[in-house]
Design a protein around this ligand. Structure first.
Ligand SMILES: Nc1ncnc2c1ncn2[C@@H]1O[C@H](COP(=O)(O)OP(=O)(O)OP(=O)(O)O)[C@@H](O)[C@H]1O
Ligand SMILES: [Mg+2]
Length: 261
């Protein structure tokens, strides 16, 4: 399936630390990720910003093992994600909300949200229906479980994708460009949803976005990526005041764009 739902344990989310260490990835002679090192703390909301084509999505895909690095490692709670031998049994659950939302159009909203629970027979059917209703309510979509996903707006689809990701109580949630295709009001609502989710669940949240204001609003810390490298890491205040010329230029052009010139 398109939305990556991975992991084995059950029970409430607990938040995991993610360490990316000297990660390198090339496609042919295109060196996309260049010695990326990042430490993301358990329970942190961490954003990775940067212009198009700098390798943000590829980096995210390594964290959930959709890509294998040429060299380097990712550690979750100190345990290496990439091992030479048999895949290790993971003690954490992660889920990714893809840019496209990646819902199943043949299924209703409720069926999309409950898919992982039903596939893994996590709990009895009446409880699954309860969880679906609960997760839809969290994203502000109560009572929509019966709708076809083809009947939804882009913003609603994004919310369903988030509810689907939440249904598995992930310890680690990743969002790839969550605000793409959303209008400013829906973007604000989504930011509020992510902030309240973090308070409610305590999970670790990693967001890839080129939406600077969105990242500044909801992140504990932000990493700026440029041409396959991390050029700055800091709190929103530190990023705003960064002396790094690449960061300054990114802030300037984004702000200029937002105000229409
Ligand atoms: N499977 C692949 N084969 C070859 N090149 C790839 C592959 N996947 C990604 N790339 C290249 O890696 C680079 C980084 O891609 P990536 O999707 O991570 O960018 P991004 O920072 O997420 O950009 P955007 O903001 O536009 O989503 C791009 O130049 C892209 O063409
Ligand atoms: Mg991308």
């Amino acid at each position: 399936m398109d939305t990556a739902l991975q992991g084995n344990n059950s029970g409430p989310a607990k938040g995991v630390s993610v360490r990316i260490e000297k990660l390198n990835k090339s496609f042919g002679d295109h060196h996309v990720l260049k010695d990326i090192t990042l430490d993301i703390r358990a329970g942190e909301t961490f954003s990775i910003i940067g212009p198009s084509g700098t390798g943000k999505s590829i980096l995210l895909r390594h964290i959930i093992r959709l890509e294998t690095p040429d060299s380097g490692q990712v550690f979750v709670n100190g345990d290496p994600v990439f091992t030479g031998g048999a895949p290790s049994l993971r003690s954490y659950r992660s889920s990714m909300v893809f840019q496209s939302s990646a819902l199943f159009n043949s299924l209703t909203v409720g069926e999309n949200v409950g898919l992982w629970l039903r596939e893994h027979r996590v709990c009895p059917e009446p409880r699954i229906r309860g969880i679906i209703a609960e997760k839809l309510a969290i994203v502000g979509l109560e009572g929509t479980g019966h709708l076809r996903t083809s009947e939804l707006s882009g913003g609603m689809k994004k919310r369903v994708a988030i509810a689907r990701s939440l249904a598995m109580e992930p310890d680690l949630v990743l969002y790839d460009e969550p605000t793409a295709e959303l209008d400013p009001i829906t973007t604000d609502e989504l930011a509020e949803t992510i902030v309240s989710l973090r308070t409610r669940t305590g999970n670790t949240t990693i967001i890839v976005t080129h939406d600077l204001n969105f990242a500044l609003y909801l992140s504990d810390r932000i990493a700026m990526m440029h041409q396959g490298e991390i050029v700055e890491v800091g709190t929103p205040a530190e990023i705003r005041e960064s002396g790094n010329l690449i960061v300054q230029r990114f802030i300037r052009t984004t702000t200029k764009g937002l105000h229409g010139g």
